[in-house]
Design a protein around this ligand. Structure first.
Ligand code: CMC
Length: 429
């Protein structure tokens, strides 16, 4: 079989033979790098619907089959057997750690959880009711000002220490944002606790009384973090890589990723889902919500439904759906929002509009209900996503920089503005 494809410009008969690039799994791609040189043409693909921006060995998604693999391991196996920190190691290093590597990695992460005291002053500058994601974009980016001695993208040691620092410090920063918003003192990270228990302690502990972390909550959080840890070239990861392509330091890249994650079409969806379920309020209003989502004159969309890549059930949603019932049962919570969510899912999954467009619940349809059960405030939901996705972002940034031949990302455009025209003096306009 030929490994090139001929593109013929029917206007003038000119032809370019373009290589076909195949990966280990998934559809092959046409390498169009020399298309413009040979035919004087660009490609036009708003939203990158048919465009691969890089080769990557980290995560594979088959959207038609509902498959998600981290370094080859199916997400359901990792969800069942692994832990978030082990998954972070896997994403970063390419293989599961052996016992000594696991202990060493956990030790490093655990011993970089504290933040510079100067960051507290920075935090105090935020208004008390600032959105935690607004604080996270600023505060995460500000880490570059505190660790400027180890930000050289070309130095392997700098790269690894920054990766560890980011994974370690993100929960500390996130909890500090929450504490700032409720006017409570920041709680220092306790290194005798595991990653998720430590975060819950920093979120909900107060100096006035001891706080006991509920192991069910810590386990649920760990599972949510595994499911959110990476998702190949999504908008925020692509942002991290685009910023990384300029040679910017890793912390600046991750701050850009946090900003991209904030949007409701991406990580902000988990917050938007809960707001939507609250607005729907009762099962009896579900049919009306579905009608609104189908109405092209109404901007309302069913948040937590649809995905650019999954055209079958999101495998993460399947796991979360099951987990949601389990966690609520274990914590002894009956949340009427779960009833609304299930009714909404049932109606939408039978509706022709959603069936034809292959719109299924995505990972964020249920995650908000679990976060709510863990008493995480709604405004913190996207921050939770950011903590988990930091592992994926940094793995992609490391992969990009370890390759050593980073080419600046610089898309082209189809210009639709005025043609060249002469400047008109003010008095004549
Ligand atoms: N509710 C109603 N209609 C929808 C929805 C929805 N949630 N999602 C897509 N559609 C319709 C859309 O109107 C379009 O219809 P038509 O063909 O008649 O014009 C069709 O389905 C295709 O939609 P699209 O916007 O072209 O698809 P996309 O691949 O560009 O967008 C998406 C994917 C996730 C942004 C979109 O489905 C959406 O906005 N969903 C709600 C937000 C959400 O849950 N986002 C979280 C994604 S998963 C977590 C993450 O990765 O961050």
């Amino acid at each position: 079989m030929s490994n090139t494809i001929a593109i013929v410009d029917s206007r003038n008969g000119k032809q370019a033979d373009l290589p076909i690039v195949s990966g280990a799994l998934g559809d092959p791609a046409i390498d169009i790098a020399k298309l413009n040189k040979e035919l004087g043409l660009f490609t036009y693909d708003p939203g990158f619907v048919s465009t691969c921006s890089t080769k990557s060995a980290i995560t594979f998604i088959d959207g038609d089959q509902g498959v998600l693999l981290y370094r080859g391991y199916p997400i359901d196996q990792l969800a069942q057997h692994s832990s978030f920190l082990e998954v972070a190691y896997l994403l970063i290093h390419g293989d599961l750690p052996g016992p000594a590597q696991k202990t060493e990695f956990e030790h490093h992460v655990t011993h970089h959880t504290m933040i510079h005291e100067g960051l507290k002053l920075f935090m105090n500058g935020f208004h008390y009711n600032a959105h935690p994601m607004a604080m996270m974009v600023g505060i995460a980016g500000s880490l570059a000002a505190f660790y400027h001695d180890s930000l050289d993208p070309e130095d392997p040691q700098h790269r690894m220490i920054t990766a560890i620092r980011l994974i370690a410090k993100m929960p500390t920063l996130a909890a500090a944002c929450y504490k700032h918003s409720v006017g409570q003192p920041y709680v220092y990270p306790k290194n005798n606790l595991d990653y998720c228990s430590r975060f819950l302690d920093m979120m909900f502990g107060v100096p006035a009384e001891p706080y006991e972390v509920n192991p069910i909550a810590a386990k649920a959080l760990d599972l949510l973090f595994i499911l959110h840890a990476d998702h190949e070239q999504n908008a925020s990861t692509s942002t991290v890589r685009l910023v990384g392509s300029t040679g910017a330091n890793p912390i600046a890249c991750i701050a850009a990723g946090i900003a991209a994650l904030w949007g409701p079409a991406h990580g902000g969806a988990n917050e938007a889902v809960l707001k939507m379920l609250n607005e729907i309020g009762d099962k009896s209003n579900v049919a009306r919500a579905v009608e609104r989502a189908k109405d092209k004159n109404d901007n309302f969309r069913l948040m937590g439904f649809g995905h650019r890549v999954y055209k079958n059930f999101d495998p993460r949603a399947k796991i979360i759906r099951e987990m949601c019932h389990k966690v609520l049962n274990e914590l002894g919570i009956h949340d009427p929002l779960l009833d609304v969510a299930m009714a909404l899912e049932e109606v939408a999954l039978k509706d022709d509009y959603f069936v034809e467009r292959k719109l299924y619940p995505n990972v964020d349809f249920y995650s908000g209900i679990i976060y709510k059960a863990l008493k995480i405030p709604v405004e913190m939901f996207t921050v939770m996503f950011a903590i988990a996705r930091t592992a994926g972002w940094i793995a992609h940034w490391l992969e990009q920089n370890a390759a050593g031949d980073v080419k600046i990302g610089r898309p082209r455009q189809i210009y639709v503005g005025p043609k060249s025209r002469d400047y008109v003096p003010l008095a004549q306009r």
